[in-house]
Design a protein around this ligand. Sequence first.
Ligand SMILES: NC(=O)c1ccc[n+]([C@@H]2O[C@H](COP(=O)([O-])OP(=O)(O)OC[C@H]3O[C@@H](n4cnc5c(N)ncnc54)[C@H](OP(=O)(O)O)[C@@H]3O)[C@@H](O)[C@H]2O)c1
Length: 244
Amino acid sequence: MSGKLEGKVALITGGSSGIGLATAQRFVAEGARVFITGRRAAELQKAQALIGKGVTAVQGDVTILSDLDHLYATIAREAGHLDVVFANTGGGPFEPFSAVSAESFDTTFGLTIRATFFTIQKAIPLLNNDASIIMTGSIAAVKVVPHLSVYGAAKAALRSLARSLSFELKDRGIRANLLTPGPVDTPPMASFPKELLGALVGSVPMGRMGAPGEIAAAALFLASSESSFMTGTEVFVDGGTAQI
Ligand SMILES: NC(=O)c1ccc[n+]([C@@H]2O[C@H](COP(=O)([O-])OP(=O)(O)OC[C@H]3O[C@@H](n4cnc5c(N)ncnc54)[C@H](OP(=O)(O)O)[C@@H]3O)[C@@H](O)[C@H]2O)c1
């Protein structure tokens, strides 16, 4: 039986860990050729060894435009086009509103919004007609998570971007959607203070964190033709956290 992404070429930013890594594994299992990127070469190598044939790791920082140029030059040379862009990187520290510095604000917006914007803009020349663009949102954009005002605002901006992209790219048949996880058991969670983690898990109606593979399953749906009538929307995979 052939996979849901047989013959497709996909880019996953932040593909060396957590949600991105689980998605890279799933996409390759479904027949895609996958490019992953991240800053740490050692993590990328580990991910490549774990995933095996079908994945190419390109080291780089998505906040640096020349690194994005290098990434797309590599994809152009090795694959010639892209069918799926999963712009998955993002993040920011827990900080009370009054303690946020201009530098911290710029770093969070730089990674979560600016880098996502240019990751997608620079992919456009390589995108096939009917390609799928997926961005990673957060429930912090729609529900207050204490001390995440900047991160929540940056993720909220991605919701708007999904709408704009879906409009601007519709004539080429390119779709753009936001995939919004609730708390997911990825490496950053290990460094959360115990109390905060307890409160976070306690806020999930299903009573547990999600597994990275559960987000990857939704990414596969949005990447594949199974979601061919979906664009400009947001898909929550959050155990009900932002719903009830
Ligand atoms: N885990 C959750 O509960 C949760 C919930 C909602 C939303 N999200 C979102 O899901 C996405 C992935 O998070 P995760 O939990 O899977 O985190 P993770 O396990 O820490 O993975 C983050 C990935 O992004 C890469 N990365 C970070 N900064 C980068 C940069 N400047 N340039 C290139 N790559 C970069 C990391 O590699 P390097 O560090 O080597 O660069 C790593 O591969 C993020 O957008 C996050 O906001 C997560």
